[in-house]
Design a protein around this ligand. Structure first.
Ligand code: PHE
Length: 548
């Protein structure tokens, strides 16, 4: 596909536009830095984008360079110290002080003495407390015929750095010898990035695009004063080839499980509920006839916020108070103890989503319906392999006439069958607000163990009386994380949520499908049409806390 040059030009970033005029058939990063006046990081960034768009190609080449150090610079300018000494001695012997100058400091002279002696070109003697140097015949020949090779090297090369590989054998060994001298010269490896224009780059440059009208950014001022009108803005380049991403975003397996549960509820005709995470004890406990001295109201089990919330309308509070103290008009005797509105005002992190179910029962009253909620809840537990302090409960209830325990059991079977969980058994349990109460357990074929899945029951008349509900309400709460664990074949909750979960697994796991097995149970017809599923998310416990 032909690239639209104007379109590409409009998508160039400011840095790219600044660098564009300095691109050549072949250049280097260093040259671009000095020609464009941009900083090296800016040049490199612009080049990276240019490379992604195939406007340029880059190649890194390594070079060995002969670089002068401090004494090497002096030698290049004035000659090597030993050679200068020899030259100075042509006119007769000299003392150290006579030889010394700004460009030939005493330490350099001292260092040269060894070289001069080894080449038998000068002698050193003590004369009247002075050190005196005198030329020997070999030295004379060296100077007069310009035979001193290290000096020849400096004479031959006037500008540095020079490329080591351009030198012949002899010069290379001189360089090696000189590199052993203090602060003389070094052979350094230098990386150079060569930048070459690609055909697209040539087209872009020869198109001679005028960027003067291109706006980099739309600002609030432009929006306010309308000056954006008629301007061309830099476009996003959505076609630029970028390196492929190794990993794509994935939904967390625990959240996938929540969605699967939600999906099943919706397919079974349930309506979704929503409620606050921070609740008053009124809605979390009192509203459903949990007694005020119940152990679940202890700090051991519940996170108290340390503040009070508001009670609902006084008529409802009166009815709840009556049902607690005397049974009200529910036919029960109640707890025969005073009910304290102050305790009901305390704010807590909701310990179960049944709080929301009761808000809805209050709202809908004596009307048929099926409701569910996949809700985050909190319990003050010691965290271990099967217990977390925050977890997800998939709550539900069905309100209607003539509902029985068998409807509840049928619903549970149906719901789990849709998750592929069919080996289920039931066990009686206790909740203050349901009678009868029922747990369902499932058999894990791999671990050869039964695990609790759901806590459920039929709401007691005492719990429904304040809302004027005469119909039957079957209800439950299930551990969504338990479901997530089953669907993903995980035994330990820590392999599913939290910091110890394998990142690779989250990124690459296979999403379980929801309708694993569509209703292969013998569920009664009545169930199919009106049943709620509900599972208690007390995932964590092998035995549900039947106390909420
Ligand atoms: N609230 C109960 C729990 O958290 C679950 C439940 C809901 C049980 C509704 C019965 C009826 O364990």
């Amino acid at each position: 596909m032909a690239v639209d040059i104007q379109e590409m030009a409009n998508s160039l970033s400011l840095l790219e536009r600044k660098l564009l005029p300095y691109l050549k058939e072949e250049t280097t990063v260093q040259e671009l830095v000095s020609s464009s006046g941009l900083q090296e990081v800016e040049v490199n960034r612009a080049l990276m984008w240019f490379r992604n768009r195939e406007i340029v190609s880059t190649e890194i080449v390594e070079k060995e360079l002969v670089v002068l150090s401090e004494n090497g610079e002096l030698a290049s300018q004035f000659g090597l110290p030993e050679f200068r000494i020899l030259t100075a001695l042509l006119n007769g012997p000299k003392t150290l002080s006579q030889l010394e100058s700004d460009s030939l400091p005493r330490p350099e002279i001292m260092a040269s003495i060894g070289v001069l002696k080894s080449k038998q070109s000068a002698t050193v003697s003590r004369v009247n407390n002075n050190i005196q140097l005198e030329l020997l015949p070999a030295g004379k020949i060296l100077v007069e015929n310009n035979l001193y090779e290290p000096q020849q090297f400096f004479n031959n090369h006037k500008s540095f750095p020079i490329e080591f590989h351009s030198l012949d054998e002899k010069e290379r060994s001189i360089v090696k010898e000189l590199s052993r001298r203090k602060n003389m010269l070094k052979v350094e490896i230098q990386k150079t990035t060569i930048v070459r224009l690609q055909p697209l780059g040539n087209q872009l440059i020869s198109a001679n695009i005028d960027f003067s009208n291109l706006e980099e950014q739309l600002s609030d001022t432009m929006l306010k004063n309308g000056s954006w009108k008629g301007k061309t803005f830099r476009t996003y380049d959505v076609k630029s080839p970028v390196p492929p991403l190794g990993l794509r975003g994935r939904r967390h397996p625990a959240r996938e499980a929540n969605n699967i549960i939600r999906d099943i509820y919706l397919k079974m005709g349930f309506q979704e509920m929503e409620g606050p995470w921070v609740e008053t004890c009124f809605w979390c406990m009192d509203s459903m006839w949990i007694p005020q001295d119940h152990p679940a109201r202890d700090v051991q089990d519940t996170f108290f916020i340390g503040q009070n919330g508001d009670l609902p309308n006084p008529e409802l509070v009166e009815k709840v108070k009556a049902v607690h103290e005397t049974g009200g008009d529910s036919g029960s005797t109640g707890y025969q103890k005073p009910w304290d509105p102050e305790l009901a005002k305390q704010l807590v992190l909701r310990t179960h989503s049944t709080a929301t179910s009761f808000r809805y029962l209050n709202k809908i009253g004596n009307v048929d319906g099926k409701y569910f909620y996949v809700a985050n809840i909190f319990r003050n537990e010691a965290v271990d392999a099967t217990h977390l302090a925050e977890f997800v409960q998939a709550e539900g209830f069905v309100i209607g006439d003539n509902l029985t325990l068998s409807d509840l059991m049928g619903f549970i079977r149906e719901f789990y069958a849709r998750l592929g969980i069919t080996k289920i058994r039931f066990k009686p349990t206790y909740n203050p607000y349901t009678e009868p109460s029922l747990e369902a357990h499932y058999y894990d074929e791999q671990k050869k163990k039964w695990y609790a899945l759901i806590n459920s029951g039929i709401f007691r008349p005492e719990s429904l009386a304040p809302y004027g509900i005469k119909k039957t309400v079957i209800a439950w709460g299930m551990g969504a994380s338990r479901v997530a664990a089953i669907l993903n074949n995980k035994n330990n909750l820590r392999e599913l949520v939290g910091p110890t979960v394998s990142f690779d697994w989250i990124a690459n796991h296979k999403t379980p499908t929801s309708d694993l097995s569509e209703t292969k149970n013998n569920v009664s017809e009545k169930l199919n049409e009106s049943i709620v599923d509900g599972v208690q998310t007390n995932e964590n416990k092998s035995n549900f806390r039947g106390d909420l």
